[in-house]
Unconditional design. Structure first.
Lengths: 112, 113
């Protein structure tokens, strides 16, 4: 069965450093991978999408890489700020059914 | 612009009671609609999705059901709640393109006692 693993449940870093979150998957050949941010008590918010034929995507301080050989995506937040503290979810999708399969998320805490 | 509404925001229900959660979307037509549940330690679990009025696909066998009586309305129901139904219920929508970026509502926190 399809399995998605996000490297750790929690990650603590110091303000100004780069946060790197990992999403690994097995038994899946996704057409695209998405990253979402979720704050406590709220619904997830879409951040970035990267397709299977793309290696890297950037948006402001965010960067996502996608390695279909390793079956892995890395999500980077550069110059991290305390306001970046949240849970980050990766999601895989593809095909004609419009479904996404989500990982459990990584809780990022950026300490001032 | 598009908005998605869910209500109620919080709900406390006794075991065995019925449930009805409603989700409506504004500002778009023919959206795909989704119901998810998020329980502690289990991540975001897809319960139902719909690509059109009256078209419902169930992902997890359980005592929940979903209906889509109108294009932008999605309802999650149960005839008898179980303790295990407690969780954070999220409705989401997406447009009918392959990238499927999903937009989530504010969620309903359900506690079954």
């Amino acid at each position: 069965s399809q399995k998605i693993e996000q490297n750790s449940e929690a990650l603590n870093i110091q303000e100004g450093k780069t946060a790197t979150l990992t999403c690994n998957y097995t038994n899946y050949s996704p057409a695209y991978l998405q990253w979402y941010r979720q704050d406590p008590g709220r619904g997830p918010v879409f951040l970035l999408l990267i397709r299977e034929n793309e290696k890297e995507k950037r948006k402001e301080r965010l960067k996502v890489t996608f390695d279909t050989t390793l079956k892995q995506s890395l999500f980077h937040i550069t110059a991290s700020q305390p306001a970046d503290s949240a849970t980050y979810l990766c999601a895989l999708g593809g095909g004609s059914n419009y479904k996404l399969t989500f990982g459990k998320g990584t809780l990022l805490t950026v300490n001032p | 612009s598009q908005t998605i509404h869910q209500w109620p925001a919080t709900l406390v229900q006794p075991v065995g009671s019925p449930l009805s959660l409603e989700c409506t979307v504004e500002g778009t037509s023919n959206p795909n609609l989704y119901w998810y549940r998020q329980a502690a330690g289990r991540g975001l679990q897809l319960l139902f999705y719909s690509v059109g009025i009256g078209q419902i696909s169930s992902e997890v066998p359980q005592n929940l059901s979903a209906s889509r009586p109108q294009d932008r309305q999605f309802i999650l129901s149960s005839k008898k709640l179980l303790l295990s139904d407690s969780g954070f219920y999220l409705c989401a929508w997406s447009v009918r393109v392959s990238d499927n970026e999903q937009f989530f509502g504010p969620g309903t926190r359900l506690t079954v006692l």
